[in-house]
Design a protein around this ligand. Structure first.
Ligand code: AMP
Ligand code: MG
Length: 412
């Protein structure tokens, strides 16, 4: 049996970022970009008006006051998207809309609200300085600037920036294809009404959802019987995947054959059993070179093992730098006791109260009690040697949700 930290280290050295693929930026949200993007042009492309008003040369506005207004001749109308045909000369102005390129000869814009129109002329009541109400070429992005860095996980603002730079297609790290197999003679498929003694295979579905949540592509292999030959045959169908996940069949039971298959020639078992609860019977190895996570069968054990080990691996394969869940400190709402020797991941509901997180245990912590996982939005992490957390003590939590707001409707 090895520690969680050792297990994680042993696992992660087996994974590196996959190759790149070219995709449309509309598909690129949350993907990791595999290239540096430099600006091919300035943004804005040219000096343009920040206001609806009149483009003028600031010198022509000198001395204008409420009592001594000045008049300028309107020589042209420049809507957004049109380019001026004339140059502004002394005593002249052009009507200009927000976003339109500043005409030659002008160096500032007077807001429409600060003028009065009088036929073909405008009356101005105050002077402006050079550059007023102009958005200058390159004030947002300079041509040649590194604007999206290789290795960034793309957010909507990045996508907008790529579009503004004219990049419709970019290279991103591929998504890992993850084959998911459940094992057990007791399992039936979701459409089947289970007879006594059988249960619905739910692990394949929770694991597929977890794979999707961290950007992978689940490939559903279905259920393998507790027979070595059945496992071998199912694993053969997974060899086009990047990663294989199985659940069940890794304990010490008479029909737990996953480890046996890992031990065969051409396959590998790097370790079996981790000092954690839930999730102790985890086995990690490979089938013909494809990494295999042999997760325990109990629904919560499978999910938490995925959280701790599979998720960071899949994120690493996609080029992510941030591969671990966010941790935080919370006040524990009740006393928790455990025996020494195992790291515990305790399902908890965390709420923010007066700027601090309060963590409440979500009920029965049995490794088959999926409901306490449904209610949980965090895991309280208790170290191997820790045996007791007092009510009101500070604990470390792993946040399972990006936001904690989804759980408002639950009351414990
Ligand atoms: P095992 O690790 O194969 O001994 O499985 C432990 C327990 O987990 C079984 O007794 C089942 O109750 C449960 N289990 C195993 N596989 C699944 C599955 N795919 N879906 C739901 N529960 C499962
Ligand atoms: Mg089993």
């Amino acid at each position: 049996m090895i520690s969680v930290e050792k297990a994680l280290k042993t696992i992660l050295v087996n994974f590196r970022p996959l190759g790149l693929e070219k995709i449309n930026i509309l598909e690129a949200r949350k993907r990791v970009i595999g290239e540096d993007v430099f600006a091919q042009h300035n943004i804005p492309f040219a000096d343009n008006s920040a206001m609806d008003g009149y483009a003028v040369c600031h010198v022509d506005t000198k001395g204008a006051t409420q009592d001594k207004p000045l008049q300028l001749k309107i020589i042209e109308d420049i809507p957004a998207g049109k380019v001026a045909l004339k140059k502004i000369k002394k005593g002249e102005a052009a009507r200009i809309m927000t976003g339109a390129v500043i005409p030659e000869g002008a160096d500032s814009v007077i807001r429409q609200e600060d003028t009065k129109k009088n036929g073909k002329t405008i009356i101005i009541y105050s002077s402006v300085n050079r550059g007023v109400n102009i958005r200058f070429a390159g004030e947002d992005v300079q041509k040649g600037e590194l604007i999206v860095k290789k290795g960034s996980a793309l957010r909507p603002a990045d996508i907008g920036m790529l579009a503004a730079l004219g990049k419709a297609f970019i290279n991103v790290y591929q998504k890992p294809r993850v084959a998911i197999m459940s094992t057990g003679d007791e399992l039936v498929d979701i459409e089947t009404n289970p007879p006594l003694g059988k249960i619905i295979n739910s692990n394949s579905y929770s694991l597929a959802a977890q794979v999707l949540e961290c950007g992978g592509i689940p490939i559903m292999l279905g259920i393998a019987k507790d027979k070595k030959i059945d496992l071998q045959e199912k694993f053969k169908t997974a060899l086009h995947a990047d990663v294989i996940i199985s659940s069940g069949g890794v304990s010490v039971g008479d029909f737990d054959f996953v480890k046996d298959v890992m031990g065969e020639i051409g396959n590998a078992m790097h370790f079996w059993q981790v000092a954690m609860r839930p999730g102790k019977p985890l086995a990690f190895g490979a089938i013909e070179g494809i990494p295999l996570f042999g997760l325990p069968g109990n629904p919560v054990s499978a999910m938490i093992s995925f959280e701790q080990f599979v998720r960071p691996s899949l994120l690493k394969m996609q080029g992510h730098k941030k591969i671990f869940r966010q941790t935080a400190k919370a006040v524990c709402a009740q006393e928790i006791q455990k025996s020494a020797g195992f790291k515990h991941f305790v399902r908890a509901l965390v709420k923010k109260e007066k700027e601090q997180y309060i963590a409440m245990v979500t009920g029965d912590q049995g490794s088959g009690i999926l409901k306490s996982m449904v209610i949980a939005n965090a895991l309280i992490v208790m170290g191997e040697n820790e045996t007791r957390i007092k009510k009101g003590a500070q604990v470390t939590i792993q946040l399972l949700d990006d936001s904690l707001s989804q759980t408002e409707s639950f009351h414990l």
